[in-house]
Ligand binder design. Structure first.
Ligand code: AHR
Length: 655
């Protein structure tokens, strides 16, 4: 078997890495410190009903038939009159809590029953079962809030309870109206027993008339205990990836299904009752409760750079379902509207980074974050069809950002495929106007990833860098994950031209998916991490900023095996990744002679198993990484198991 140093020397810029002690590595290549991160799109109920911890579905009575034909403002609510009470209910729009939140419910409580034979609460009100049931935990606190307006003379008492499906009360609280204007009321509920399918019951227990809107229930324990925050367990598995960046809010969600459906960031900030809710391109409803402030704050909480992607002033080419006739549905904002639209893009940068004395920086500060968010990247467009309309608008936006904020790195777009017409035209534009980073997307077979490992070896180092913003290999079996792992070693090797990469889509709620292959599946209780998640997590949590092409040797002719060696200059740790897509164990040779003080005991993590193995809700732990210690020395051999990824993290004291 032929062993050679196996990576393309020709492309390797030899960089001396000066350490504190003046120790110098001569073969290290500086690579992107932001290589692996997250792609978050509100697809598959990733936001409402997913990462966003709100437990009430249709809290603002804004669901409507444009989302799903049978939906209306009262969807997911039930009108209830326990205790032989009676009254009326209507959905109204005349005096809303905010013009952008037009619908609310009016309860006309004609009679509150007082029959002695009735046990339990009487009143006229509403029940909400959340997103297929509300999960509550014994002893945990839940924060209820509602906007109410008393429409009759006397104050109205409101009973709030969490109930099980049999109507037994698990926690209870109350409040009383004190205003004829819209006012926010809150209460807290602490159940003594847990339940996975509880309901929230809001009952007016005084006769009179009452308007209600934005009926909300959050667990107190959100991720980092943020108000209006994230579901803690889901957020934690994202944080565990130690992502260097997070792209949001999509995906196709960004450019939207027609011009009126584009994601406009300004609609998503401010108090939640003032936000503009809208139809999700993926066929459901976005409250925008998880809006730009929450996205930025979440990025900060998990140590990821924010990468907001804004529409390039064109809608999705598949608008109205035109994907089925070849994607002819792109619509462009009229040129007369471009001045305002460009200002909207510039305002985002001021909102994120501007001083509190600036117009938009002041809004960020008012939301509770006076310090700048340190925005560095802005994406313009998402795999748009590269039409003349796109080109004109993209250039207008790009030039304006460059002129006003030269320190911002704009990420451009080159269509939905690894090649083809949009890809070429997109790259031509990038080369012409010198877009610094370009967002490539590809969903394809595991075999494609194996046979295209050299894709970036020949990319021009003097042109735009690449953000591989969406990729996946059509499946959640171990073989898919390992094929992606093979490819990721090539991304590290090319980390001087590939600046960022993120698997897509990220989250998928069981029974509510619009995309088959995803990274993390979940329901209201359980999280099922795919083998692909573990590969992403192992690469992402073990990133480096220097790449060494002379450390691991393998059979150069065997494309089913791949390896990479990086060093994280903060910890000095040396990280070896060895991937085997083959059916048998293969030997790799490691030579660490270039490093000064290698600790002899290193941490090894191996993900391996049957090629067709996958994790399911019934068996979520079929494929999981296994950690152990391994003895290492200046020169040693490692036998990579069949169908596996091995990460070896070696301490290295340079002082
Ligand atoms: O990741 C799912 C979808 O795939 C994204 O919304 C879109 O950008 C791509 O086509």
């Amino acid at each position: 078997m032929l062993f050679t140093g196996f990576f393309l020397q020709a492309q390797t810029r030899k960089v001396a890495v000066a350490k504190k002690s003046n120790e110098v590595y001569t073969l290290g290549k500086k690579i992107s410190p932001d290589l692996f991160g997250l792609f978050f799109e509100d697809i598959n109920y990733s936001a409402d009903g997913g990462l966003y911890a709100e437990l009430i579905q249709n809290r603002s009575f804004e669901y409507n038939p444009t989302e799903q034909r049978e939906w209306n403002p009262f969807s997911f609510w039930e009108y209830i009159t326990p205790g032989f009470s009676y009254g009326k209910i209507s959905v109204e729009t005349t005096t809303p809590v905010h013009p952008d939140n037009p619908h609310y419910v009016v309860l006309d409580i004609e009679h509150v029953g007082n029959e002695t034979k009735h046990t339990g609460k009487s009143g006229v009100g509403l029940r909400n079962s959340g997103f297929e049931g509300i999960v509550i935990k014994a002893g945990d606190k839940y924060n209820f809030s509602v906007f109410a307006r008393q429409l009759s003379k006397e104050p109205i008492s409101i009973s709030i309870s969490l109930q099980n499906r049999k109507g037994q009360i698990l926690a209870e609280s109350s409040c009383t109206t004190s205003s004829k204007e819209w006012k926010n009321y809150s209460a807290s509920l602490t159940p003594t027993v847990g339940n996975d399918s509880a309901t929230l019951v809001v009952l007016a227990t005084t006769e009179g008339k009452l308007a209600l809107d934005v009926v909300s229930l959050f667990p107190e324990k959100t991720f980092k205990n943020r108000t209006n925050g994230m579901r803690a367990d889901l957020a934690q598995v994202l944080a565990d990836m130690k992502p260097r960046f997070m792209r949001f809010p999509g995906g196709c969600l960004v450019h939207g299904d027609g011009l009126g459906n584009m994601y406009r960031w300004k609609n998503t900030i401010g108090s939640v009752e003032t936000r503009k809710e809208q139809r999700n391109i993926w066929g459901y409803h976005q409250t925008t409760g998880l809006g730009y402030f929450e996205y930025f704050q979440f990025c900060e909480d998990i140590g990821a750079r924010p990468l907001p992607v804004l529409p390039a002033a064109v809608s999705c080419q598949n608008s109205g379902g035109t994907w089925s006739i070849g994607g002819t549905g792109q619509k462009a904002l009229p040129i007369a509207e471009m001045k305002d639209y460009i200002q909207e893009v510039l305002d985002l940068i001021e909102w994120a980074n501007g001083p509190v004395t600036s117009t938009w920086g002041a809004k960020r500060a008012a939301a509770g974050h006076p310090a700048p968010f340190g925005l560095q990247y802005v994406g313009i467009g998402n795999e748009d069809k590269i039409t003349p309309e796109f080109e004109e608008r993209f250039k207008m936006i790009f030039n304006a950002v460059k002129a006003e904020y030269p320190e911002i790195t704009v990420v451009g777009t080159v269509g939905p495929s690894p090649d083809g017409e949009d890809f070429s035209k997109g790259w031509d534009i990038a080369n012409e106007v010198k877009v610094p980073v370009i967002d490539e997307h590809y969903y394809t077979s595991p075999e494609w990833f194996i046979s295209n490992q050299s894709r970036y070896d020949t990319y021009n180092r003097n042109a735009a860098q690449v953000y591989l913003g969406e990729y996946a290999s059509w499946g959640n079996k171990l073989r898919n994950a390992i094929a992606e792992g093979v490819y990721m070693t090539a991304l590290e090797r090319n980390g001087d031209v590939v600046r960022m990469a993120s698997y897509a889509p990220l989250l998928a709620k069981k029974n509510f998916t619009q995309w088959k292959t995803d990274l993390i599946f979940f329901d209201n209780v359980t999280i099922c991490l795919t083998p692909n998640y573990y590969v992403q997590q192992l690469f992402s949590a073990n990133q480096g900023d220097f790449y060494f092409d002379n450390v691991i040797s393998k059979n150069e002719k065997d494309s089913s095996i791949a390896a990479s060696c990086v060093m994280d200059s903060k910890s000095n740790d040396i990280i070896l990744k060895m991937v085997n897509f083959g059916k048998e164990s293969k030997i790799m040779k490691i030579n660490l002679s270039g490093f000064k003080n290698i600790f002899p005991i290193a941490e090894k993590t191996v993900l391996t198993g049957n090629a067709d193995a996958e994790n399911t809700f019934d068996k979520p732990l079929s494929v999981v990484p296994v950690k152990s210690k391994i003895k290492v020395s200046r020169k040693f051999e490692y036998a990579t198991p069949a169908m596996s990824l091995t990460v070896i993290r070696i301490k290295n004291n340079q002082n």
